[in-house]
Ligand binder design. Structure first.
Ligand SMILES: NC(=O)c1ccc[n+]([C@@H]2O[C@H](COP(=O)([O-])OP(=O)(O)OC[C@H]3O[C@@H](n4cnc5c(N)ncnc54)[C@H](O)[C@@H]3O)[C@@H](O)[C@H]2O)c1
Ligand SMILES: O=C(O)C(=O)C[C@]1(C(=O)O)C=C[C@@H](O)C=C1
Length: 309
């Protein structure tokens, strides 16, 4: 079998991430068959209409039968239920992975259900947009982006190599981390930015209601950047907050301290402190762009899709 290829792939959940994987697998010819499972008939029908796979079934257990690679792409709070449903149907030697934004909680929910002889290797592609549902996906989503694997103790090296080769075939760069470290890093670089965005847009909206000012109407592009993140899927982000609680609270405490420092500098007219911080952060933005990792164009310049999932 060529690197990154599997005979049969089962995709459980076919929203933004699941459908992007489906599209990339098809484009690159990485599987002979791709079975798609979704909890609603409407989403399944949409996946079929978009021609995302070769077979379509509502039952997740049926979908994973004989599959060599199973990818679970559902909100992190649903991972345990999905693992329980697919467990009795998994083929010995199959690889089961996920794409969840939190890892400790996903491992705690899924691992107890995984039968002996099946390789469970959690994963997280660091790629996404604020859109959701099968129409939102696109094959290039993972191109040049990191995919982090967080293998548990004793993971089979060959299974890990095959999964890494799969993500590389989708265009990703693959890295490995322990799940606790992953959850701390992602709390600051992904979860906090979304929480801050939800909060600032909510505050502005409240101000508009209270003062009848026109903050939304006249908001300039700085605020609009926040509204993109704050438009992200509510179910997904509710689950991220509930399932990475400790790391998020730790980072929020640190963030609040630093915000108080900034507040104090503004109150006391300490221009030097403000200038120093803004200079340091400007350099970080520039280094991200120099590293070729700026994907900030909303939806990578694509038309806004239908959001049903
Ligand atoms: N959106 C992003 O930017 C992004 C990036 C990386 C990883 N992720 C992770 O990927 C996973 C999927 O996110 P997405 O953006 O594709 O979401 P999505 O809303 O586009 O799709 C979610 C899919 O899961 C299904 N689903 C929802 N609730 C379910 C339940 N209770 N049981 C079974 N299936 C259910 C939906 O029908 C849909 O097919 C999440 O765990 C998320 O944390 C998201
Ligand atoms: O670019 C966006 O819209 C995203 O929210 C993508 C993003 C991120 O924060 O970078 C969101 C959640 C994921 O788990 C991974 C990627």
């Amino acid at each position: 079998m060529t690197d990154g290829h599997f005979d049969k792939i089962a995709l459980i959940g076919i929203g933004l991430i699941g459908s992007s994987i489906a599209r990339a697998v098809k484009l690159k010819g990485l599987a002979k068959s791709v079975v798609i499972s979704s909890r609603s008939q409407e989403t399944l029908d949409r996946a079929r209409a978009l021609d995302l796979g070769t077979d379509y079934v509502l039952d997740a257990g049926e979908a994973v039968e004989d599959a060599d690679l199973v990818i679970v792409s559902v909100p992190v709070g649903a991972s345990g239920k999905v693992a329980e449903a697919i467990a009795p149907h998994l083929k010995p030697g199959a690889i089961v992975t996920d794409v969840g934004s939190t890892k400790g909680s996903v491992v705690a929910q899924m691992l107890p259900h995984i039968p002996k002889g099946v390789h469970f290797i959690p994963g997280h592609p660091l790629a996404g947009t604020e859109h959701s549902g099968p129409d939102a996906g696109f094959a290039e989503l993972f191109q040049g982006r990191w995919c982090i694997l967080t293998p548990v103790h004793g993971t089979d090296k060959e299974a890990k190599r095959r999964l890494a080769a799969f993500w590389e075939a989708l265009g990703s760069k693959v890295d490995e981390m322990d799940m606790e470290h992953h959850d701390k890093v992602l709390a600051i670089v992904s979860h906090l930015p979304h929480i801050i965005a939800y909060n600032i847009v909510g505050t502005a909206d409240d101000l508009e209601t209270v003062t009848e000012s026109e903050v939304i109407k006249y908001s300039a592009s700085g605020f609009r950047d926040f509204t993109r993140l704050a438009a992200s899927d509510p179910t997904m982000w509710r689950d991220v907050c509930l399932h990475n609680k400790d790391a998020i609270l730790e980072m929020l405490a640190r963030f609040s301290e630093d915000l108080a420092y900034l507040q104090r500098a503004i109150r006391w007219g300490d221009g030097e402190k403000l200038f120093d911080l803004f200079t340091r952060t400007r350099a970080i933005r520039r280094s991200i762009i120099d590293a070729g990792q700026d994907t900030s164009a909303p939806n990578f310049g694509r038309p806004v899709p239908d959001e049903k999932a």
